[in-house]
Design a binder for this molecule. Structure first.
Ligand code: IPE
Ligand code: IPE
Ligand code: MG
Length: 235
Protein backbone atom coordinates (compact mmCIF):
# COMPACT_ATOMS: atom_id res chain seq x y z
CA UNK A 1 0.00 0.00 0.00
CA UNK A 2 1.21 3.50 -0.82
CA UNK A 3 2.56 5.38 2.14
CA UNK A 4 0.31 8.20 3.28
CA UNK A 5 3.20 10.27 4.54
CA UNK A 6 5.12 12.18 1.96
CA UNK A 7 8.54 12.55 3.44
CA UNK A 8 9.78 16.08 2.87
CA UNK A 9 13.33 15.15 3.57
CA UNK A 10 15.02 11.79 3.89
CA UNK A 11 17.64 13.55 5.92
CA UNK A 12 15.91 15.86 8.38
CA UNK A 13 18.40 17.68 10.63
CA UNK A 14 16.42 16.49 13.63
CA UNK A 15 16.85 12.77 14.10
CA UNK A 16 14.99 12.48 17.39
CA UNK A 17 12.46 14.86 18.95
CA UNK A 18 10.73 14.40 22.31
CA UNK A 19 7.47 15.92 23.54
CA UNK A 20 6.48 16.48 27.15
CA UNK A 21 2.75 16.74 26.56
CA UNK A 22 1.71 18.88 29.50
CA UNK A 23 -1.34 20.99 30.29
CA UNK A 24 -4.31 18.71 29.59
CA UNK A 25 -5.75 19.16 33.08
CA UNK A 26 -5.49 22.97 33.04
CA UNK A 27 -6.99 23.09 29.55
CA UNK A 28 -10.05 21.20 30.80
CA UNK A 29 -10.28 23.27 34.00
CA UNK A 30 -10.36 26.49 31.97
CA UNK A 31 -13.47 25.09 30.30
CA UNK A 32 -15.08 24.02 33.55
CA UNK A 33 -14.64 20.38 32.58
CA UNK A 34 -13.06 17.42 34.42
CA UNK A 35 -9.38 16.70 33.73
CA UNK A 36 -10.33 13.59 31.74
CA UNK A 37 -11.83 15.88 29.10
CA UNK A 38 -8.39 17.44 28.59
CA UNK A 39 -6.77 14.03 28.12
CA UNK A 40 -9.30 13.18 25.43
CA UNK A 41 -8.42 16.31 23.44
CA UNK A 42 -4.74 15.82 24.23
CA UNK A 43 -4.91 12.42 22.53
CA UNK A 44 -6.08 14.12 19.33
CA UNK A 45 -3.13 16.53 19.45
CA UNK A 46 -0.81 13.57 19.93
CA UNK A 47 -2.07 11.91 16.72
CA UNK A 48 -1.64 15.08 14.65
CA UNK A 49 1.83 15.83 15.99
CA UNK A 50 2.97 12.24 15.49
CA UNK A 51 1.81 12.22 11.87
CA UNK A 52 3.44 15.57 11.26
CA UNK A 53 6.83 14.55 12.66
CA UNK A 54 6.89 11.37 10.58
CA UNK A 55 5.79 13.37 7.55
CA UNK A 56 8.75 15.69 8.03
CA UNK A 57 11.07 12.71 7.87
CA UNK A 58 12.15 12.76 11.51
CA UNK A 59 13.50 9.32 12.29
CA UNK A 60 12.33 9.08 15.92
CA UNK A 61 9.67 10.87 17.96
CA UNK A 62 9.15 10.27 21.67
CA UNK A 63 5.98 11.20 23.54
CA UNK A 64 5.80 11.37 27.32
CA UNK A 65 2.40 9.75 27.88
CA UNK A 66 2.44 8.67 31.52
CA UNK A 67 5.26 8.92 34.04
CA UNK A 68 6.25 6.62 36.89
CA UNK A 69 5.01 9.46 39.14
CA UNK A 70 1.63 9.91 37.44
CA UNK A 71 0.24 6.86 39.32
CA UNK A 72 -0.17 9.29 42.25
CA UNK A 73 -3.14 10.88 40.50
CA UNK A 74 -6.75 10.12 41.44
CA UNK A 75 -7.78 6.63 40.32
CA UNK A 76 -10.56 8.04 38.14
CA UNK A 77 -8.05 10.06 36.12
CA UNK A 78 -5.58 7.17 35.82
CA UNK A 79 -8.39 4.88 34.67
CA UNK A 80 -9.49 7.35 32.02
CA UNK A 81 -5.94 7.68 30.64
CA UNK A 82 -5.59 3.88 30.51
CA UNK A 83 -8.93 3.60 28.73
CA UNK A 84 -7.90 6.17 26.11
CA UNK A 85 -4.67 4.30 25.64
CA UNK A 86 -6.38 0.95 25.29
CA UNK A 87 -8.70 2.35 22.62
CA UNK A 88 -5.80 3.98 20.81
CA UNK A 89 -3.85 0.72 20.70
CA UNK A 90 -6.79 -0.89 18.88
CA UNK A 91 -7.12 2.01 16.44
CA UNK A 92 -3.44 2.51 15.63
CA UNK A 93 -2.94 -1.00 14.23
CA UNK A 94 -4.38 -0.11 10.86
CA UNK A 95 -1.95 2.81 10.53
CA UNK A 96 1.25 0.93 11.17
CA UNK A 97 1.85 -0.30 7.60
CA UNK A 98 0.21 2.64 5.96
CA UNK A 99 2.34 5.22 7.76
CA UNK A 100 5.46 3.07 8.19
CA UNK A 101 5.36 3.53 11.96
CA UNK A 102 7.43 1.55 14.38
CA UNK A 103 5.98 1.74 17.87
CA UNK A 104 8.20 1.15 20.86
CA UNK A 105 6.95 1.44 24.44
CA UNK A 106 9.43 2.94 26.91
CA UNK A 107 8.92 1.77 30.47
CA UNK A 108 8.22 -1.33 32.52
CA UNK A 109 5.20 -3.01 30.93
CA UNK A 110 4.79 -5.55 33.71
CA UNK A 111 2.62 -3.18 35.78
CA UNK A 112 -0.15 -3.07 33.17
CA UNK A 113 -3.09 -5.48 33.04
CA UNK A 114 -2.54 -8.46 30.70
CA UNK A 115 -4.87 -7.11 28.02
CA UNK A 116 -3.09 -3.78 27.68
CA UNK A 117 0.38 -5.30 27.94
CA UNK A 118 -0.36 -7.88 25.25
CA UNK A 119 -1.58 -5.13 22.92
CA UNK A 120 1.67 -3.23 23.42
CA UNK A 121 3.77 -6.32 22.74
CA UNK A 122 1.76 -7.16 19.64
CA UNK A 123 2.06 -3.64 18.22
CA UNK A 124 5.81 -3.63 18.80
CA UNK A 125 6.07 -6.96 17.00
CA UNK A 126 3.82 -6.00 14.08
CA UNK A 127 5.70 -2.76 13.44
CA UNK A 128 9.25 -3.86 14.19
CA UNK A 129 10.47 -3.53 10.59
CA UNK A 130 8.99 -0.09 9.97
CA UNK A 131 10.88 3.12 9.43
CA UNK A 132 9.62 5.91 11.67
CA UNK A 133 10.11 5.21 15.35
CA UNK A 134 7.35 6.41 17.66
CA UNK A 135 8.39 5.92 21.27
CA UNK A 136 5.52 6.01 23.74
CA UNK A 137 6.86 6.63 27.23
CA UNK A 138 4.37 4.85 29.46
CA UNK A 139 5.01 4.13 33.11
CA UNK A 140 8.25 5.83 32.20
CA UNK A 141 10.78 7.62 34.38
CA UNK A 142 14.28 8.63 33.34
CA UNK A 143 15.77 7.44 36.63
CA UNK A 144 13.85 4.20 36.50
CA UNK A 145 15.18 3.63 32.97
CA UNK A 146 18.82 4.14 34.00
CA UNK A 147 18.41 1.73 36.93
CA UNK A 148 16.78 -0.78 34.56
CA UNK A 149 19.68 -0.46 32.10
CA UNK A 150 22.35 -0.92 34.76
CA UNK A 151 20.57 -3.96 36.21
CA UNK A 152 20.30 -5.45 32.75
CA UNK A 153 24.03 -5.01 32.15
CA UNK A 154 24.75 -6.47 35.58
CA UNK A 155 22.55 -9.50 34.82
CA UNK A 156 24.44 -9.94 31.54
CA UNK A 157 27.62 -10.28 33.58
CA UNK A 158 29.16 -6.92 32.62
CA UNK A 159 31.82 -5.88 35.12
CA UNK A 160 32.92 -2.55 33.74
CA UNK A 161 30.17 -0.45 32.25
CA UNK A 162 30.77 2.19 29.57
CA UNK A 163 28.53 5.05 28.44
CA UNK A 164 27.85 3.15 25.22
CA UNK A 165 26.79 0.11 27.25
CA UNK A 166 24.23 2.18 29.13
CA UNK A 167 22.95 3.88 25.96
CA UNK A 168 22.37 0.55 24.33
CA UNK A 169 20.64 -0.95 27.38
CA UNK A 170 18.11 1.90 27.67
CA UNK A 171 14.54 1.58 26.38
CA UNK A 172 15.51 4.06 23.62
CA UNK A 173 18.35 1.92 22.26
CA UNK A 174 16.77 1.85 18.78
CA UNK A 175 16.55 5.66 18.55
CA UNK A 176 19.24 8.11 17.44
CA UNK A 177 20.55 10.73 19.91
CA UNK A 178 17.94 13.14 21.17
CA UNK A 179 18.13 16.55 19.47
CA UNK A 180 15.19 18.49 20.85
CA UNK A 181 12.72 18.34 23.73
CA UNK A 182 9.51 20.37 23.46
CA UNK A 183 7.46 20.93 26.61
CA UNK A 184 4.03 22.50 26.50
CA UNK A 185 2.12 23.90 29.48
CA UNK A 186 4.55 26.60 30.58
CA UNK A 187 6.57 24.75 33.23
CA UNK A 188 10.34 24.93 32.84
CA UNK A 189 11.37 21.45 33.90
CA UNK A 190 12.11 17.98 32.59
CA UNK A 191 9.99 15.98 35.08
CA UNK A 192 12.08 12.79 34.79
CA UNK A 193 11.88 12.59 30.97
CA UNK A 194 14.81 11.08 28.99
CA UNK A 195 17.43 12.09 31.58
CA UNK A 196 20.35 10.24 30.01
CA UNK A 197 19.38 11.08 26.44
CA UNK A 198 18.87 14.80 27.11
CA UNK A 199 22.54 15.44 27.96
CA UNK A 200 23.00 17.61 24.85
CA UNK A 201 19.42 17.99 23.67
CA UNK A 202 18.10 21.47 23.01
CA UNK A 203 15.12 22.48 25.16
CA UNK A 204 12.07 24.36 23.92
CA UNK A 205 9.28 25.49 26.23
CA UNK A 206 5.95 26.96 25.27
CA UNK A 207 3.06 28.26 27.39
CA UNK A 208 0.54 26.63 25.07
CA UNK A 209 -1.39 23.85 26.75
CA UNK A 210 -1.03 20.50 24.97
CA UNK A 211 -4.60 20.28 23.56
CA UNK A 212 -4.04 23.73 21.93
CA UNK A 213 -0.66 22.76 20.47
CA UNK A 214 -0.66 22.15 16.72
CA UNK A 215 1.54 21.34 13.73
CA UNK A 216 2.44 25.03 13.20
CA UNK A 217 3.75 25.04 16.76
CA UNK A 218 5.89 22.00 15.94
CA UNK A 219 7.28 23.90 12.94
CA UNK A 220 8.00 26.94 15.16
CA UNK A 221 9.89 24.75 17.64
CA UNK A 222 11.91 23.18 14.84
CA UNK A 223 12.72 26.55 13.32
CA UNK A 224 13.89 27.76 16.70
CA UNK A 225 16.06 24.64 17.01
CA UNK A 226 17.60 25.21 13.58
CA UNK A 227 18.78 28.68 14.68
CA UNK A 228 20.64 27.37 17.69
CA UNK A 229 24.36 26.78 17.84
CA UNK A 230 25.14 23.39 19.31
CA UNK A 231 28.66 23.16 20.62
CA UNK A 232 28.64 19.85 22.48
CA UNK A 233 31.30 21.24 24.80
CA UNK A 234 33.51 22.42 21.96
CA UNK A 235 34.05 25.97 20.71
C1 IPE B 1 -0.22 15.98 30.83
O1 IPE B 1 -1.18 16.90 31.24
C2 IPE B 1 -0.76 14.57 30.73
C3 IPE B 1 -0.21 13.65 31.74
C4 IPE B 1 0.72 13.94 32.61
C5 IPE B 1 -0.77 12.32 31.76
P1 IPE B 1 -1.50 17.07 32.78
O2 IPE B 1 -2.57 16.09 33.15
O3 IPE B 1 -0.28 17.00 33.61
O4 IPE B 1 -2.11 18.54 32.79
P2 IPE B 1 -1.83 19.66 33.84
O5 IPE B 1 -0.34 19.88 33.89
O6 IPE B 1 -2.38 19.20 35.16
O7 IPE B 1 -2.55 20.86 33.30
C1 IPE C 1 5.07 15.24 32.92
O1 IPE C 1 3.99 16.01 33.28
C2 IPE C 1 4.63 13.84 32.58
C3 IPE C 1 3.91 13.69 31.31
C4 IPE C 1 3.70 14.65 30.46
C5 IPE C 1 3.43 12.36 31.04
P1 IPE C 1 3.55 16.17 34.80
O2 IPE C 1 2.35 17.03 34.79
O3 IPE C 1 3.43 14.84 35.43
O4 IPE C 1 4.80 16.92 35.41
P2 IPE C 1 4.94 17.79 36.74
O5 IPE C 1 4.24 17.06 37.84
O6 IPE C 1 4.29 19.11 36.46
O7 IPE C 1 6.41 17.94 36.96
MG1 MG D 1 1.07 18.42 34.21
Amino acid sequence: MAKKFITNSEDHPIKHIGFIMDGNGRWAKKRGMPREYGHKFGAETFKKVMEHCCNLGIKATTFYVFSTENWKRPQKEVDSIMKLLDRYLDDCKKELDEYDLRFIFLGDKSVFPDGLRNKMIEIERLSSQHKYIVNLALNYGGRDEIVYAVNKLYADGKERITEDDISSALYTSESPDLDLIVRTGGDLRISNFLLWQSAYAELYFTDKLWPDFNTDDVDAAIENFLNRKRRFGGV
